[in-house]
Design a protein around this ligand. Structure first.
Ligand SMILES: Nc1ncnc2c1ncn2[C@@H]1O[C@H](COP(=O)(O)OP(=O)(O)OP(=O)(O)O)[C@@H](O)[C@H]1O
Ligand SMILES: [Mg+2]
Length: 185
């Protein structure tokens, strides 16, 4: 089973009186544990595509399955649950929460969408902060971080709820699901 499968996938935005065809009928499959890059000029539809794969936006036409789920069938609430369970995002402009510290930004998905104990959370977040070289910046808010430091916090946040990710200090809890990680660019 492919992780992501698209057939004749289309996304058309309505901007005033004009239809903007951001994605025009593309077909592809992504296998589990693969690393894929969508490459193209600015405005060619990369973020639009990643937003659809990440269930942040819905296709206008065509078929899109993620983890064997037809994402067009998910309503708002089901999309949110699916994202929280399976998908990590690194947004083009990071979208860190300004009032939370680096540590709290990374911890947030574990509190909001996944049922981790405080001890598991602390181990997991500390491990990821160290992995991205941000252990000494844990208590800073996003406006006190450089662009690259914000980016590393965003990477850590995208990975934090990935239950298949293992490190010696933070064994994941029970699930065996392998979630994808989307970078929204
Ligand atoms: N909400 C929207 N409403 C109308 N048009 C949109 C919307 N979002 C994106 N577009 C248009 O869709 C096209 C694709 O945009 P998209 O953001 O997917 O490009 P991109 O490949 O990610 O570009 P970049 O490399 O600059 O990030 C562009 O022409 C853009 O102007
Ligand atoms: Mg983009």
């Amino acid at each position: 089973m492919p992780l992501v499968h698209a057939e004749q996938l289309v996304k058309t935005y309505r901007a005033g009186d004009i239809d903007v065809q951001a994605v025009r009928g593309i077909d592809f499959s992504i296998e589990p544990a693969s690393f894929v890059a969508f490459v193209g000029p600015s405005g060619s539809g990369k973020s639009t595509l990643l937003n659809m794969i990440g269930c942040l936006d819905r296709p206008t036409a065509g078929k899109l399955t993620v983890l064997d789920t037809d994402v067009a069938t998910l309503d708002r609430r089901a999309s949110a649950a699916f994202r929280g369970q399976h998908i990590g995002f690194i947004f083009q402009d990071f979208n860190l929460i300004p009032v939370l510290t680096a540590y709290e930004n990374i911890e947030y998905p574990l509190i909001m969408v996944q049922d981790w104990s405080p001890k598991e959370r602390a181990d997991r977040v500390s491990g990821l902060l160290a992995a991205v070289g941000m252990a000494d910046q844990a208590n800073k808010r996003p406006d006190q971080l450089s662009g690259g430091q914000k980016q590393r916090v965003a990477v850590a946040r995208a990975l934090v709820a990935n239950r298949s990710w293992c490190s010696p200090t933070s064994p994941p809890p029970t699930s065996t699901t392998t979630p994808p990680t989307a970078s929204s660019n």
